[in-house]
Design a protein around this ligand. Structure first.
Ligand SMILES: [Zn+2]
Ligand SMILES: [Zn+2]
Length: 238
């Protein structure tokens, strides 16, 4: 599996909003600026066939209209969007706000499949969608990819919760929210991450959604098995 950390920042700094590109045709979340950021790594957004959305805060899905519009102009119309049920309306509404006149034609031409299943297959991966805890914002999901050989987790926005621990139990590699130095009831912090690092010493952790002071502190602490990456870092998982 090839993962590109497109965004490792929170929405309030110079780093891109949390988002991932997997094997060049799957993305997890489509935040503000995602399509531009894909172009920056040489990927035309029209080549993305699978979009997995974690929840419906703007910094996780506001580029969906740009993606659908681009897709409508390209021959490759394959477009599967995995999300929670409430998100289907939100994506369509956002497209209308962004591009009122072409919106209907875009939907007719692209015919995106909106899929709300908890378990599904994407390319050769079996994917499990797990509910995490992002405070009042409900539902918010994380995703576990199973290649048959290894499992990789993507947490979505979350505080420390049972399903995040489950993710750490079954995965060898976890990409997770670590927004703050001190965790809250909505987001992880370094204190909560340290708990996971101690409890799951075999897991490799890649924090994202980081505020700048959190990033600096994490680099300074240099915790075992915690890899603090910049935007556009490429990771091979075998
Ligand atoms: Zn959020
Ligand atoms: Zn967020």
């Amino acid at each position: 599996m090839k993962v590109v950390l497109i965004g490792t920042g929170s929405m309030h700094n110079e780093y891109n909003s949390a988002s991932f590109l997997i094997d060049d045709d799957i993305v997890i979340d489509m935040p503000n600026g995602m399509c531009k950021n894909l172009y920056r790594v040489g990927i035309d957004p029209s080549t993305i066939n699978y979009v997995l959305l974690t929840h419906f805060h703007g910094d996780h899905y506001f580029d969906v209209p740009f993606y659908l519009l681009r897709k409508s102009k390209d021959n490759n119309k394959k477009c599967k969007i995995y999300l929670s049920k409430d998100g289907i309306k939100k994506c369509k509404k956002l497209l209308i706000y962004a591009f009122k006149n072409p919106a209907k034609d875009v939907l007719k031409t692209v015919k995106p499949s909106f899929i709300i299943d908890d378990k599904f297959k994407v390319n050769s991966y079996k994917v499990e969608k797990v509910l995490v805890d992002h405070g009042r914002q409900k539902p918010c999901y994380g995703y576990i990819f199973d290649s048959g050989k290894f499992k990789v987790g993507f947490s979505g926005d979350t505080t420390l919760c049972d399903n995040l621990k489950y993710m750490c139990e079954v995965c060898s590699c976890v990409f997770l929210d670590c927004m703050f130095i001190k965790g809250t009831n909505k987001h992880m912090g370094i204190d909560f991450l340290e708990e996971l690092v101690n409890k799951y010493p075999k897991v490799k952790f890649y924090p994202v959604h980081m505020e700048n002071d959190t990033r600096e502190k994490l680099k300074e602490l240099n915790l075992k098995n915690v890899f603090v990456c910049d935007d556009y870092t490429k990771i091979e998982i075998k």
